[in-house]
Design a protein around this ligand. Sequence first.
Ligand code: ATP
Ligand code: MG
Length: 562
Amino acid sequence: MDTTEKIETKPADFIRQIIAEDLRTGKHAGTVTRFPPEPNGFLHIGHAKSICLNFGIALENNGVCHMRFDDTNPSKEEVAYVESIQKDVKWLGFDWHDKLFYASDYFPALYNYAVELIKMAKAYVCDLSAEEIREYRGTLTEPGKESPWRNRSIEENLDLFERMKKGEFAEGSHVLRAKIDMQSPNLNMRDPVIYRILKVEHHRTGDTWCIYPMYDYTHCLSDAIEGITHSLCTLEFEDHRPLYDWVLDTLKTPCHPQQIEFARLNLTYTVMSKRKMLQLVEGGYVDGWDDPRMLTVSGLRRRGYTPASIRNFCSLIGIGKKESWIDMGVLENAVRDDLNNTAARVMCVLDPIKVVIDNYPEDQVEELEAQNHPQNSEMGTRKLPFSQELYIERSDFMENPPGKFHRLGPGREVRLRYGYLVRCVSFVKDEAGSVQEIHCTYDPATRGGSAPDGRKIKGTIHWVSARHAIPTTVRLYDRLFLTENPEADKNTDFKTHLNPDSRISMAGAMAEPSLTALPPGAQVQFERQGYFSVDPLESSAGRPVFNRIVTLRDSWAKLQHD
Ligand code: ATP
Ligand code: MG
């Protein structure tokens, strides 16, 4: 081995540096992170960034990463989401072992902590309406105003809070607020609401509770209860950190995790919030959360993305402190790079036109040897049936081709991949003038694709034997939006930027017969076309339906360049 060869290592990001330093100084016995989704939607590629970060750090440091459902808002949460989230995290390749938690498990503890705050005169029951609370809060430029209920006695607060819990009050009539500072420059510190009345059944606790703790109050305490060392979250929580710390400091919890914020993933040509994604699903703009055009983990899985490609993408984009945008092309490249190494090459004609080889014996079938991967002989070979009638791509024939067109045209010769050289001798048109059938002759001396006389043939095209091909449907998926940032203009509905051609169905495609054996989810490269996968929902035995995962090259980059 060349000793000067450098092993490429990426410098640790700022969070990994903090954790390494904490381990070096022995600040914690070990590293404990958590991934805390709210079960109110499916996970998306942005969550994948957080998953790779939290579970990745645990793996790298011999630590653990907890899976915690932040289920404090029963009106928007569902068991179906809890299940899909677990499936997605596992599919991405991560494991929480026995560390599966729910914030709802802490409802009794959180209630007791709230009682403690009341007893310390650090929380009070407020009778202002939501509207009034907003008014009293002030703005960034105006200080807040104290609630008339702020100085209730501890006894009265304890009594009212208990009665809130018992269900004696209507929704919206009372809340419990932390008593912090209405003059604080940080709006989050102006007596934030920590409990509200919600007469809604919870998917785990049923009707046990009719008061529910707010996110900011729940999150820090859940972290502390679980002994989290580093609580990693996205930048929008930076302003909430003083409250995170205030709750834990005031209650003097034995564990005080360090909240560290990082920049969320923003990806071009998509929307990245569960709320917006829900609009697409509920409005029927896509076929569900796992529509192959959705940037959800389940959509990417169904499209044919590999977990490794998503992990590689997350590692490539890294972790930083500044908001930035990642081009969709980076994600597409990640799956291209992965599948380039692993996907078998096969042939499928998306828009077929028939080719008859006039001088090929009508009853003859040859088995041609085809490589499954041009650079990896270990992936083996397969047999391709060849017969007198074939299908080729309609776009590979031109009646009056320009000079640079290296495919088929009258009198022109082309190479059939793994087959013979064929020359077009005539073609048949229908009444409307469109080409119906192409007639060729083949050169029997060119089996395998090269001519013994050394004549140069520039074009190689893919084909299938008409008699042996399997009819299949191929869905050509493209980006869901036409503009880089569909949310850029706040006055325009992001849905006006949807790409009307984000799914084109090729219902008459013809695939080589080996493709009937592919299991659901399998990925292949259709030569010259791109990477495709067997759709797990629409395919049936022997009848695959294919999803285009990604084209072979970044056609969008080319468009922009042109
Ligand atoms: P959304 O904005 O899509 O509704 P969310 O932040 O409300 O997402 P949660 O279920 O609360 O969704 O998120 C779980 C974790 O995933 C949080 O720690 C959150 O910071 C992180 N996360 C969410 N979106 C992104 C993103 N785009 N990039 C990185 N991390 C994200
Ligand atoms: Mg959230």
